[in-house]
Ligand binder design. Sequence first.
Ligand code: FES
Length: 110
Amino acid sequence: MASTWRWVCAEQDIAEGDSKGFELDDTALFVIRRSARFFVFVNQCPHLGIRLEWLPDQFLDVDGYFIQCSSHGALFQAEDGMCIAGPCAGQPLTAIEYDVKDGQLLVLLD
Ligand code: FES
């Protein structure tokens, strides 16, 4: 199936330094906004293949820097999704390509 660009939200729906989860058809994904960039990943921990958050839109650690899996505490870098601590260290989250057009965030999904 060809990949298609899908609308996620308006750019300003995600505050600087914040994260937010979305469901698009069968894909659960989350977005982090930091330093005028977005980081978009599939919401699936490489450890057990389950969702990362415990509470809605809570994908970051207490310092708001690393992505944290709520189940066993794995920490991931926002820049590349790589797990740097925890049971899946060395395994990355799956990144999703995104674009911003006219203030709207779009993602490329299969
Ligand atoms: S399921 Fe994410 S660290 Fe275990």
